[in-house]
Design a protein around this ligand. Structure first.
Ligand code: FE2
Length: 377
């Protein structure tokens, strides 16, 4: 399989883009303890308190905290009792991503265009109103128990959406330079990558802009295959991974095993100064995959000149890759919960539009050392 890059300008023209997306609106996590999760994301990652919904606002069965940093918005939701879809989701999957919400001009139109192409309804168009205007939500299912919500907020002026009140807090740790969601990666089961590629093509009008096969992404032990799906304007990118046969269990298999099904593997978050951001995150206790010093011995032979000094990149474990359009700097956190499931990537793009293919081998060898330490290799 060849790795091919399609320039965004050729991906989709306005006339064929039946699902124009304005970017990621928010990512919602179902978590076992939203109060503590909000504290963790504020303290460790520098998110700011934004909005709250719970018993005090008339919501009787769950609590949601909304936190934000620049254009990056997370919703952390926990159930107040057992025996409901949120509690069941957490029991089965652990903490994880439930919703990748996408900002649209017209949520009803997004719902009609996607469901008529085979999208499975998750939420019929619903208008939420309060004194600050209205938000229209709709949604469809994607892989596993994950959903895409379409959020139309052009007629809303409140802090988040109806049902939420502003969350004012006296505890406001400084931001760490996180800007927005660069991409969200899904892990799907054996032989499921192509059906989900087809789903994103047919139901959502995305295009496959990059493909990696097990020859690109394999180590001595494990392998995976990946295809990157992008919407028309390139604002929303969803790589899809599936496991491939290796000598031992692949990292995608380990994820599927512990998440008990398909789901979001990592959220990649953009920064304009990765050295500063990652140094601060490490200072606040976020752990990243350890990259061997040997990676840095010949990395500049592979990627050529970069603006940054190599020493701080090596000290922090930041990886470097180059494509035809520029280079990128990236680093991967360890899992953010005890199950080896969801993790974050921090990425700084300097022209490159790709995803760090040249780093996959170094990265996966690092991942496998972790997997081995857990006894799952
Ligand atoms: Fe990534």
């Amino acid at each position: 399989m060849e790795t091919t890059t399609i320039q965004p300008s050729t991906v989709n023209t306005a006339s064929t883009d039946f699902l124009p997306l304005q970017g990621t609106d928010y990512v919602e996590f179902y978590v076992g303890n939203a109060k503590q999760a909000a504290h963790f994301y504020k303290t460790a990652f520098g998110f700011q308190s934004l909005a709250y919904a719970g018993p005090e606002t008339g919501v009787k069965d769950k609590v949601s905290y909304v936190i934000r940093q620049h254009k990056l918005t997370f919703v952390l939701t926990t159930p107040l009792r057992a025996g409901n879809v949120i509690a069941d989701h957490i029991y089965k999957h652990g903490d994880g991503v439930k919703v990748i919400a996408l900002k649209v001009e017209d949520a009803k139109d997004a719902y009609e265009e996607t469901t008529k192409r085979g999208g499975k309804p998750y939420l019929q168009p619903t208008v939420l109103k309060d004194d600050n205007g209205e938000v229209v939500l709709s949604g469809i299912h994607t892989y596993g128990e994950t959903a895409h919500l379409f959020v139309e907020r052009k007629n809303y002026h409140g802090v988040f959406m109806p049902g939420f009140i502003e969350w004012k807090s006296d505890y406001n740790p400084a931001e760490t330079g996180l800007l927005y969601v660069d991409h969200c990666v899904g892990n799907v089961g054996w032989n499921q990558m192509n059906p989900w590629v087809k789903f994103y093509e047919e139901v959502m009008g995305f295009k496959n802009i990059l493909s990696f096969d097990d020859k690109d992404i394999s180590t001595e032990y494990s392998a995976l295959m990946s295809k990157v799906m992008s919407n028309g304007n390139g604002f929303v990118k969803f790589p899809i991974n599936e496991p491939a046969e290796g000598k031992k269990k692949s990292q995608v298999e380990e994820y599927l095993d512990f998440y008990d099904g398909e789901g979001v593997q990592h959220v990649a978050i953009a920064t304009n100064d990765i050295v500063k951001t990652v140094a601060e995150l490490q200072r606040r206790g976020i752990e990243f995959l350890n990259i061997p010093d040997s990676y840095y011995v010949d990395v500049l032979d592979r990627v050529g000149h970069i603006d940054e000094d190599l020493a701080p990149l090596q000290e922090l474990g930041i990886l470097i890759d180059r494509d035809e359009e520029g280079y990128l700097l990236q680093i991967f956190s360890k899992p953010l919960e005890d199950r080896p499931t969801l993790f974050f990537e921090i990425i700084q793009r300097k022209g490159a539009k790709s995803f760090g293919k040249g780093n996959f081998k170094a990265l996966f060898e690092a991942l496998e050392r972790e997997q081995d330490a857990r006894g799952n290799l």
